[in-house]
Design a protein around this ligand. Structure first.
Ligand SMILES: Nc1ncnc2c1ncn2[C@@H]1O[C@H](COP(=O)(O)OP(=O)(O)O)[C@@H](O)[C@H]1O
Ligand SMILES: Nc1ccn([C@@H]2O[C@H](COP(=O)(O)OP(=O)(O)O)[C@@H](O)[C@H]2O)c(=O)n1
Length: 229
């Protein structure tokens, strides 16, 4: 482990800006970035392709045990490999998004995912984003951030993202989908979406991406010293 390398945990509800700022911070610090949501999405995609019922806990866990999920750093963030195949784009499709929270609520699925994520982060020098990073995956992370924004703002951001990608979408439907996913993620029994007691909450509703990144880098500087800025 390199001297002074730390772990940074970024949690929060859907479309709060976690992966966008996590990538910026990882790049700034030359750390690795790990998007844990991509792992749950990849498993969901495989279950969909194999016609497995997302509520069937045993089938989903069995599937995970026979599934390789690799996250590779690429020039524009992260490439997701499912059993060796690039599924970076497919895991963002709507049919995966509406089902992923059903897959992620199974406790044994989470246990296995957390084990894999902790292995990936063992050398520190990592920025990891998700729902349970500060509470379960990296409880000893030196910096823990909980990003929030109003649901209207989050739906607007996803809508604008879709416009840029040329994908047709409806802001009301996006808002409902985000609310439903937050509800399932926050109410599940196994490691629900919750702010860690020692996490710093940042409301990004009226902050720019750069302002959010700066706010987090201020917290990092308190731990690592001000030299990085
Ligand atoms: N502070 C911000 N202000 C405006 N747009 C933002 C902000 N943070 C993120 N976004 C945009 O919102 C969308 C969702 O962000 P993303 O990082 O994917 O969220 P999450 O990882 O929390 O789901 C992206 O299109 C991103 O560019
Ligand atoms: N650490 C994590 C990360 C994601 N997830 C689940 O995976 C889903 C997709 O996560 P994501 O981070 O890709 O979602 P977005 O907010 O980027 O749309 C979440 O809605 C959760 O159900 C989780 O349970 N725990």
């Amino acid at each position: 482990m390199k001297e002074n390398n730390i772990a940074i945990a970024i949690d929060g509800p859907a479309a709060a800006g976690k992966s966008t700022v996590a990538k910026i911070i990882a790049e700034k610090l030359s750390y690795i970035y790990i998007d844990t949501g991509a792992m749950y999405r990849a498993l969901t995609l495989k279950a969909l392709n194999e016609g497995i019922n997302m509520e069937d806990k045993d089938a989903i866990v069995g599937l995970l045990m026979n599934t390789e999920i690799n996250l590779k750093q690429s020039f524009d963030g992260q490439m997701v490999l499912l059993d060796g195949l690039d599924v970076t784009k497919e895991i963002r499709y709507q049919d995966v998004t509406t089902r992923v929270s059903y897959v992620a609520k199974h406790a044994p699925v989470r246990t296995e995912m957390v084990k894999r994520q902790q292995e990936m982060a063992k050398n520190r020098g990592v920025v990891m984003d998700g729902r349970d990073i500060g509470t379960h995956v990296l409880p000893n992370a030196e910096v823990k951030i909980f990003l929030v924004a109003t649901v209207v703002e989050r739906a607007k951001r996803r809508y604008e993202e879709n416009v840029k990608k040329g994908i047709a979408s409806n802001i009301e439907i996006l808002k409902n989908e985000i609310e439903e996913r937050d509800r399932i993620d926050s109410n599940r029994e196994a490691s629900p979406l919750i702010k860690a007691s020692d996490a710093i909450e940042v409301d990004t509703t009226s902050l720019s991406i750069i302002q959010v990144a700066e706010r987090i880098l201020d917290e990092v500087a308190k731990v690592k010293g001000p030299k990085l800025k």
